[in-house]
Design a protein around this ligand. Structure first.
Ligand code: FAD
Length: 554
């Protein structure tokens, strides 16, 4: 049997919208087809692998138990970075791979991956010294050669100059700062765009589809039992190779294969605070060291907000239960106050919080923050291929290595004679372009063009079709009611939370998560998705729960 996406499948996939209706059709395809590769997990790792394998021409299926990016991939610090601090741990390979991938993302996804300046303050009689940081940044630049992609070189700033560049960090005992560039992105949207690109390349993709068991032919894995979480209906998905890309859940999926296997992961929790930038007026991202334990963290500018994070503590709970608690919040606020005491940031300034679980590879005897961010690909005795660890920044390279490994297995076990080259290094994912939306306020237009690219025309068409849909959902935030419709029709949004937490960031950016508007939005989405009153109430109740969890520290 040829290993390539049959044109019927590819054409069907490419021409269908990435909608919740398509999801329902995809569940039928999943039960009917025999795939080359089934990927479990729709975070950035699984979606990138699905895109890569489908672009190479394989028949690919991807199942995600909740929403795309609902795991760690929507809970990062939103940095696309080489990882200056990994130089401290002499992880030169990781830094080099990261800066190369940073450059690729700045080129291939320029619409949503943007350069970001960083200020790294240094203080008298404290680590790192001015000269040490200067050498570190020089090395960082050196490692970025060929990978800087137009990012300016670093500069060292003396204290008086720093006061002009970043007034917030000026303090009497400051010696100066390093000023350098990395990049930032919307992690959830990057993941969604990658899932969408996988779909358009021919992959059969479904969210709210959980792998609840593994199919075996003798002792070899031959697919998975998958539950449609919306209906409770079970189906069997058959595949030559099954990939476990379940992030912090990889050990659980490994448990479906061989319950006695030793855990691969040492998960750690990372919490963030979202505060108004008016209260924390940063111009660049700022590296901060905790006064408590000297750990490094960042204040990251994000439109009208600043994201403060992150913590790094061992975590043995369920990944889905990870929230920022009181201690996390106190620790992060203390760090900000250490940097800028006069701002007097406190709990009342925090609009919301979020926490994610890092799927780090287990290494005995290391402190959480020194556990490597490198990834590993392992194959179980029954042939399940697991990928764990890594960073948002390196997802494309991870996917390339993963699909190469799967390809080796297909060559070995299925008698495939031909190797297919990885096409993603130079493939556009989210190209920027000049699109003018003169009828909308400037801020709204800029946001829409960045989020949707050329597809913004459809969002604007929807917005114009009904009175009130061009209105912002929450005054002061750029999000429009029309986007909820677009999310259901073109972004496979299946729940109200999908829209309010990942297609937009309303949950984290609006005071009280804009709960007041949840009912109206549920009605808008429900009209497309066929929700009855009871379902709408359930959607609002679930959103309310998430709003509370994001404010659990109170
Ligand atoms: P996930 O995103 O968790 O995806 C795994 C998916 O598998 C989940 O969506 C889950 O629902 C699904 N799943 C699980 N079990 C099943 C099943 N049985 N069936 C179907 N689906 C299943 N990296 C950076 O480069 N820059 C940063 O700034 C950065 N900041 C970070 C900050 C924090 C606090 C954390 C925690 C991580 C950060 N990272 C950062 C790392 C980066 O976010 C992660 O490496 C990356 O998101 C992991 O993606 P993933 O796809 O492997 O896992």
């Amino acid at each position: 049997m040829p290993i390539a996406t049959p044109s019927s499948m590819k054409d069907t996939s490419a021409s269908r919208p990435f909608s919740s209706a398509t999801r329902a059709e995809n569940l039928e395809w999943l039960a009917r087809e025999h795939f080359d590769i089934l990927i479990i997990g729709g975070g950035i790792t699984g979606c990138a692998a699905a895109r890569d394998a489908a672009m190479r021409g394989y028949r690919v299926a991807l199942v995600e138990k909740e929403d795309f990016a609902s795991g760690t991939s929507s809970r990062s610090s939103r940095l696309i970075h080489g990882g200056l601090r990994y130089l401290e741990h002499r992880q030169f390979g990781l830094v080099r791979e990261s800066v190369v991938e940073r450059a690729r993302l700045l080129r291939n996804a320029s619409r949503i991956v943007k350069p970001l300046s960083f200020v790294y303050p240094v203080y008298r009689r404290r680590y790192p010294r001015y000269a040490v940081l200067s050498i570190g940044l020089w090395l960082y630049d050196l490692m970025s050669i060929g990978g800087r992609r137009g990012l300016p070189r670093h500069r060292m700033l003396r204290a008086d100059h720093l006061a002009e560049v970043e007034p917030l960090v000026a303090a009497s005992h400051i010696a100066g700062a390093g000023y350098y560039y990395d990049a930032t992105t919307d992690d959830a949207r990057l993941t969604l765009l990658t899932a969408k690109a996988a779909h358009h390349a021919g992959a059969i993709v479904a969210n709210y589809a959980q792998a609840v068991g593994l199919l075996k032919a003798g002792s070899r894995i031959a697919g998975a039992h998958v539950r449609d979480v919306s209906s409770g209906h079970d189906l069997e998905v058959k595949a030559r190779v099954v990939v476990n890309a379940a992030g912090p859940w990889v050990d659980r999926v490994l448990g479906l294969d061989a319950p006695s296997e030793r855990p691969v992961l040492r998960p750690t929790k990372g919490a963030h605070l979202v505060v108004p930038r008016a209260r924390l007026p940063i111009r660049s991202a700022i590296a901060v060291r905790s006064p408590r334990d000297r750990r490094a963290m960042f204040l990251v500018p994000w439109s009208d907000f600043a994201i403060v994070g992150t913590t790094d503590t061992d975590y043995d709970g369920r990944p889905e239960d990870a929230v920022a608690d009181r201690d996390d919040c106190a620790y992060l606020l203390e760090s900000v106050r250490g940097l800028a005491p006069e701002v007097r940031l406190d709990e009342a300034d925090v609009i919301s919080t979020y926490a994610g679980v890092r799927p780090l590879i287990a290494v005995e005897g290391r402190r959480p923050s020194s556990v490597s961010r490198e990834h590993a690909i392992v194959e179980s005795k029954s042939g399940l291929i697991t990928i764990a660890g890594g960073k948002l920044t390196t997802h494309r390279a991870m996917a390339e290595q993963l699909v190469d490994r799967v390809q080796d297995k297909l060559l070995r076990d299925s008698g495939i004679a031909r190797r297919l080259a990885c096409p993603t290094a130079n493939a556009p994912l989210a190209a920027s372009g000049d699109i003018a939306l003169p009828d909308l306020p400037e801020k709204t237009a800029a946001y829409l063009v960045e989020a949707y690219g050329a597809d913004v025309i459809e969002v604007v068409r929807i917005a114009g079709s009904t009175v009130g849909w061009t209105d912002p959902i929450v005054p002061g935030l750029p999000y429009l009611r029309a986007e909820a419709i677009y999310a259901a029709e073109h972004e496979m949004a299946v729940t109200l939370c999908d829209f309010l937490m990942r297609r937009t960031h309303i949950l984290h950016e609006a005071q009280d998560g804009a709960l007041l508007h949840a009912g109206a939005l549920a009605a808008d989405m429900g009209a497309i998705l066929g929700w009855d009153d009871e379902r709408m109430q359930r959607e609002v109740a679930e959103y309310e729960k998430q709003v509370m969890l994001a404010r659990a520290f109170r």
